[in-house]
Design a protein around this ligand. Structure first.
Ligand code: HEM
Ligand code: HEM
Ligand SMILES: [Fe+2]
Length: 456
């Protein structure tokens, strides 16, 4: 930690860790309901546990993005944050928003719009938090007068995420119209502007961890991120196949979304090449694992498993089945959970007291256990989903009868999810094992290699 104000990142990460743990509790609860009988049917039905599960995911990942930004911007701009106080106010407001939204769902208080269930007052608080955040970061960079391209992409991604949240504030009576605009937020987030955020963190980590030349790194990454983004805009139409809009969206959605994985192949290859060239010299080997892991798992979860059902001819069978859940888990985990865990792992030795730079074997166990668990979960959802498509959509079996036949895959899901949860438990334990470093000790425990790398 070179700058005192970077210490706010610790508290963002700490909140993210707690919410991550809670997300899994609701994931396991949702999975258990597939096996029945469900003693909580009238208190906590499936729709409530799933809403809480996915909302906690979005809140903790965004909390992680914010913390990682508050860590990275002072480092890149070589200046203290504009206002530490504002950053804490933002965290307080944000956490209260997240927690009360979850409590609200328990009492069926929500809009019912999948992933955007937050009631209007909560959505307004989200907008306020984003504005405080963007103002604080913008002022920091302005005051510092030093603005790297990595930061530029990060800021563009964050500002566009805030902008794309605006359609979610509106309410439409017509279901087709409502779902049409819902994807402007959800799809353009995960397959558009969040990719910029991920790309920026990835570039930052690769520059810091591998010492790869910043200019080369920047150029490549922006080409890659730009490609995902361009294909991603018209790729939105892969959600328009069966929602009641004109049929010309079918070829548009199929063609452009099928282009998206090409850039993800390039990203994974580039991350791998950067690390190989560096000779794995950086002591923080666990952060390296998370960084390359994120690029590779994104290629698998988003690229390969997205491509698997993006063509209209396939999607007409798989739409809205457990095949979607298979892809949703692997993609979200690879692209957004892993990159946040990478930033945390990189920053943690300097944010906490007494933690060795190279980490401990527990850190590696946490990495591999999660990876094996998530891979197993993906396979469980995939086998359940393929069975569901065959029985329900091809054989014409009723929904509930088909679910009974595929129950065995949910035993597999719970087993593999337990392995995954164990890995997350280890990560969280490792996170809280060392106390946070006092801001006054800035300069101590600065990651190796930081000062050796020229900043533009
Ligand atoms: C990191 C990037 C990605 C993430 C986090 C992600 C996540 C998700 C999630 C959560 C859903 C379910 C959404 C819902 O029903 O509300 C979904 C659906 C879908 N995704 Fe992705 N995705 C990503 C990239 C991709 C890519 C690159 C492709 C195509 C090549 C793709 C193809 C699809 C398709 C076709 C659906 C709709 C499935 C259906 O019809 O039920 N995704 N994605
Ligand atoms: C203990 C681990 C977990 C378990 C047992 C679990 C289980 C589940 C279940 C049963 C569903 C509902 C599927 C359905 O609609 O039928 C679900 C939805 C979802 N989960 Fe998880 N989950 C876990 C961890 C995660 C993680 C780590 C992520 C992301 C990083 C994630 C992302 C999602 C998403 C995006 C959906 C919505 C998918 C869709 O609508 O198709 N889950 N999860
Ligand atoms: Fe999409």
């Amino acid at each position: 930690m070179r700058y005192k104000s970077q210490s706010v990142a610790y508290w963002y990460f700490a909140v993210a860790m707690v919410l991550f743990g809670l997300q899994l509790v609701f994931g396991l609860l949702s999975a258990a309901k597939y096996l029945g009988p469900d003693p909580l049917l009238y208190i906590l039905p499936f729709d409530v546990t799933k809403t809480i599960h996915t909302n906690l995911l979005i809140v903790w990942v965004l909390t992680g993005f914010m913390g990682a930004t508050y860590w990275m911007v002072p480092d890149e701009s070589r200046a203290e944050l504009h206002s530490v106080k504002l950053a804490y106010i933002q965290l307080g407001l944000w956490t209260i928003m997240g927690v009360t939204a979850i409590i609200g769902y328990l009492f069926r208080y929500g809009t019912g719009n999948k992933l955007l269930e937050q009631p209007l007052p909560h959505k307004i608080v989200i907008v306020i938090c984003m504005l405080i955040f963007l103002y604080n970061i913008g002022m920091t960079i302005r005051k510092a007068g030093r603005f790297t391209t990595t930061e530029g992409v990060l800021l563009l991604g964050l500002a566009s995420s805030a902008l794309l949240f605006l359609p979610a504030l509106l309410h439409y009576e017509n279901y087709t119209v409502s779902i049409f605009y819902r994807w402007w937020t959800i799809h353009l987030w995960v397959e558009g502007v969040w990719m910029m955020i991920m790309g920026a963190f990835l570039a930052y980590l690769l520059i810091r961890l591998s010492g790869v030349d910043r200019e080369v790194m920047d150029k490549w990454l922006y080409v890659i991120v730009g490609l995902v983004f361009i294909a991603g805009i018209l790729g939105t139409a892969h959600h328009y196949y069966w929602v009641g809009v004109p049929t010309y969206w079918l070829p548009i959605g199929g063609f452009f979304s099928a282009l998206e994985p090409a850039a993800l192949v390039a990203m994974a290859m580039y991350a791998y090449a950067a690390i190989r060239r560096s000779g794995l010299a950086h002591p923080n080997g666990i952060a390296l694992h998370w960084t390359v892991g994120a690029a590779v798992f994104t290629l698998f979860g988003a690229g390969l498993l997205g491509l698997a059902h993006t063509w209209p001819g396939v999607n007409r069978w798989t739409h809205g089945t457990l095949v979607t859940a298979m892809h949703g888990h692997a993609a979200f985990y690879g692209a957004y959970a892993m990159i946040v865990l990478a930033m945390i792992t990189y920053a943690l030795p300097s944010l906490t007291r007494g933690r060795p730079e190279k980490g401990s074997s527990l850190g590696y166990w946490a990495f591999w256990t999660q990876l094996v668990g998530m891979f197993g979960m993906t396979l469980s959802f995939a086998t359940a989903g393929i069975g569901q498509v065959y029985l329900e959509r091809i054989m014409g079996m009723g929904y509930l009868d088909a679910q009974l036949k595929i129950q065995v895959h949910f035993l597999m899901l719970i087993a593999t999810a337990s392995v995954f949860a164990l890995g997350v438990g280890m990560f969280i334990y490792d996170f809280f094992r060392y106390p946070p470093r006092a801001p006054e000790t800035a300069g101590e425990g600065t990651p190796v290699g930081d000062n050796a790398i020229p900043v533009q």
